[in-house]
Design a protein around this ligand. Structure first.
Ligand SMILES: [Zn+2]
Length: 282
């Protein structure tokens, strides 16, 4: 089973950080249109985790995705890492996010992904909150080490049930593989841009469960963060090294990422999180 997911936040994030110029907005709108066309052409449906405020400030973007038959999931309200919030703040953020998205599309939203996979051993309480808010499927667990977030102690990268105070959450962790003795993701974001296409597709074909995740920014060239933007976005001090590292990570492999991605859609059959949930004998 292969699940295709996208995290949709850039419209909102760039509007918050600096003015989202019409020209920049066009780049993202065009990339989304290109993506939706490609998915339609290949007959593939995906799950799009949208930031709640996208439903409020950019409802046309969220509706366009839903109208094409894709699943809308929730990606927090304002894209603040969950481990930088208190449980009370997280509850409020999740409620607002779901309200914004559900008002926008007029349907219940049941799938969730935390910004930057920011759920770990110290923030297991997040699952109680998600369940309390009506979330039944989650894909926030990144079962390997990571700059931000990461949950190396989670265990196997296979769909699993998480018991919470308010019911069960069906978890779809990010796929990881072993690379020179280290556990690493390979089928999404910067990892997908970094590894050669053959490496990713061969590993995917050998496994029973894969989940791929992308951002529009995996295909659109990003400008560099200014010191101020970095500090607003990451809520921590910026250094020359952190600014440089971020810029490299944000743009590495983008010349080839769209071609690799289109090829992946030719080689591999994908389903949404919602469809995967129905296919699994829990
Ligand atoms: Zn995100």
């Amino acid at each position: 089973m292969n699940i295709l997911t996208f995290d949709i936040e850039e419209w909102f994030v760039w509007e918050e950080l600096c003015r989202f110029s019409p020209q920049r907005r066009k780049e993202y709108d065009d990339m989304l249109a290109r993506l939706l066309d490609l998915l339609e052409e290949r007959g593939i449906k995906a799950t799009f985790f949208c930031v709640g405020m996208m439903g409020k400030n950019f409802p046309d973007v969220v509706r366009k995705i839903r109208e094409k038959g894709h699943e809308i999931g929730c990606h927090s309200n304002v894209h603040t890492w969950l481990n930088k919030m208190t449980p009370e703040e997280c509850l409020e953020d999740t409620r607002q996010a779901l309200d914004n998205l559900q008002q926008c599309i007029g349907e219940k939203v049941q799938s969730y992904r935390a910004p930057a996979f920011s759920v770990g051993e110290d923030s297991r309480w997040v699952f109680d909150i998600l369940s309390e808010c009506g979330i039944t499927r989650d894909s926030s667990v990144f079962p390997a080490g990571r700059d931000f977030g990461g949950f190396p102690s989670f265990g196997e990268d296979a769909p699993s049930l998480i018991e919470t105070n308010n019911g069960v959450i069906r978890e779809f962790p990010i796929s990881v593989t072993s690379f020179f003795g280290r556990k690493t993701a390979f089928s999404g974001g910067g990892y997908f841009r970094f590894f050669p296409y053959g490496f990713v597709s061969r590993r995917m074909k050998k496994r029973d469960y894969n989940i791929c995740y992308f951002h529009m920014s995996d295909f659109v060239k990003e400008k560099k963060f200014t010191k101020e933007e970095y500090e607003t976005y990451f809520k921590e001090k910026a250094s020359s090294l952190s600014l440089f590292t971020r810029s490299v990570k944000m743009n590495f492999g983008k010349e080839r990422s769209w071609t690799k991605f289109s090829r992946l859609l030719e080689d591999i059959r994908f389903v949404t999180l919602e469809e995967a949930d129905k296919l699994i004998q829990w």
